[in-house]
Design a protein around this ligand. Structure first.
Ligand code: NAD
Length: 441
């Protein structure tokens, strides 16, 4: 058995600081309060409900992940947030209509006590939003200092032992990685000069990382997958990971596409469309924000069904993704996938998927798992990109020169093997020949 990692204990309170007090984050917060009150189960959360096999199959050791690794306990979490609207978490829950009164009334006071701090906001990065509470300062560098002060105060006032930041804000307009994002010096200079290429999410991320606070990105914005912020995270020995929660249609894609590849079935085309009526849908209705989302969604199939490696199977296919804002549906998104595949001798077949999902109900447990795993990573002394958390992200970050692993099942193995590695358990290869060798003895 390996030695494992020297993990610092999860003692004291863990503050989860969230830019964006919207549908996803309030569903996460309310859900945690409800679960603690015995008013529901953390369904969909791998850290809370998932199990991990240890040792050989014959040993029958299969503990809950949360009993195996020292994760923060839900009762030790304190939530904080920034937003532009000024509504408390209860008001956001009522407006977004994700959870019913039976899940809101018993925890109303706790939700009302969560009021957002004034946001760092830039209308050039996010249209379709009414701004009521935003910070103002002479430069973006000064905004960083204001966010750092918020972080410091939150930690002190809430008696937190540890913090992490989880971006649940709206999707920012598409930002290509440019020179000002390439080194720490260039980024700092750009902030001091109010360079328009520095987005609000980068300001939060810089403030978090330079305060020693891990940062995870639930949206597809560039943010911490810029060389400058990766370098900063490595220098400050802080864990970072992104980007974009893997839920809904992309979750389905990363389940189905690896299956097609595993069986060498070919692909002629994959057309995906969604109707979505929540505020996220409204923001994504803007072409700038949609472009960011589209890039994140398209890359999934391109990596799994890689035409260069498999030209006869995936050398030439159409892949289209559409998101339509359709208010009557609210948070209850409907996704359609039409998949044109081909089999033996090239004969065509079709798969149709109609997923009637609930966006925030799928995202909240993923957000919780990311937060708890990032806190674990930081206590393990892991810093920089946390590739082992790819399992939770639509567009997982990787070190330069590596391709991202999108296959959900490879990601799951990577996640669980990392947990085994942390705790000094044997990694599981699924070879299994030893069971049969025993029969010959
Ligand atoms: N729901 C899902 O399944 C899912 C999946 C993947 C990614 N996401 C992403 O998660 C994010 C949150 O989704 P949601 O449904 O909660 O959206 P939402 O619109 O309900 O909430 C986003 C909130 O962010 C706030 N905001 C925008 N810019 C901000 C800033 N600079 N600082 C602070 N707050 C800011 C908005 O005012 C809004 O209240 C979106 O980017 C979405 O694309 C969601």
């Amino acid at each position: 058995m390996a030695n494992g990692v020297n993990v610092k204990p999860a003692k004291g309170k863990l503050g989860i600081l969230i830019p964006g007090l919207g549908a996803v984050s309030t569903t996460l917060i309310a859900g945690v309060f409800d679960i603690l009150a015995g008013n529901g189960l953390p369904i969909g959360s791998v850290t809370q409900m998932g199990r991990i096999r240890l040792g050989k199959r014959t040993e029958k050791r299969n503990p809950l992940i949360k009993d195996f690794v020292p994760l923060a306990d839900l009762k030790d979490i304190v939530f904080g947030a920034w937003d532009v609207h000024g509504e408390n978490a209860y008001e956001v829950c009522k407006r977004s209509g994700v959870l019913e009164d039976k899940h809101l009334d018993p925890i109303r006071e706790k939700l009302e006590s969560i009021k957002p701090m004034d946001a760092v906001f830039d209308v050039n990065y996010c249209h379709n939003i009414e701004v009521k509470h935003a910070k103002s300062a002479a430069t973006k560098w000064d905004l960083v200092q204001l966010v750092k002060e918020d972080i410091r105060k939150f930690k002190e006032e809430n008696g937190c032992d540890r913090l992490l930041m989880l971006w649940c804000g709206s999707t920012e307009c598409y930002t290509p990685c440019e020179d000002c994002h390439k080194t720490i010096e260039a980024l700092e200079k750009a902030m001091k000069e109010n360079d328009p290429r520095i987005s609000p999410s980068m300001i939060y991320a810089y403030a978090a990382i330079s305060s020693g606070v891990p940062y995870a990105n639930g949206a597809p914005n560039l943010t911490v997958d810029t060389p400058a912020l990766i370098e900063l995270a490595r220098r400050e020995k802080v864990a970072i990971m992104g980007k974009d929660f893997k839920t809904g249609q992309t979750l389905m894609k990363t389940i189905v596409a690896p299956g097609l590849r595993a069986r060498c079935l070919g692909l002629n085309g994959w057309f995906s469309t969604n109707i979505l009526g929540n505020r996220d849908g409204e923001v994504l209705d803007d072409p700038g924000s949609f472009k960011t989302k589209e890039v994140s969604k398209l890359s999934v199939i391109e990596h799994i069904l890689d035409g260069q490696t498999f030209p006869d199977l995936y050398g030439k296919y159409w892949h289209k993704v559409r998101i339509e804002y359709y208010p009557p549906r609210g948070d209850a998104k409907e996704g359609w996938d039409n998949i044109d595949i081909f089999g033996w001798l090239g004969y065509p077949m079709q798969i149709k998927i109609n997923f009637l999902c609930r966006d925030s109900i799928l995202a909240a447990p993923v957000a919780l798992d990311i937060a708890l795993s990032m806190d674990l990573a930081q206590r393990c002394g892991f810093y920089g990109i946390q590739e082992w958390l790819s399992f939770f992200f639509k567009s997982p970050e990787v070190r330069e020169g590596l391709y991202p692993e999108h296959d959900l099942f490879v990601q799951k193995t990577k996640y669980k093997n990392t947990l085994r590695y942390i705790m000094g358990e044997e990694l599981i290869t699924h070879l299994g020949l030893d069971y049969y060798a025993e029969e010959d003895k």
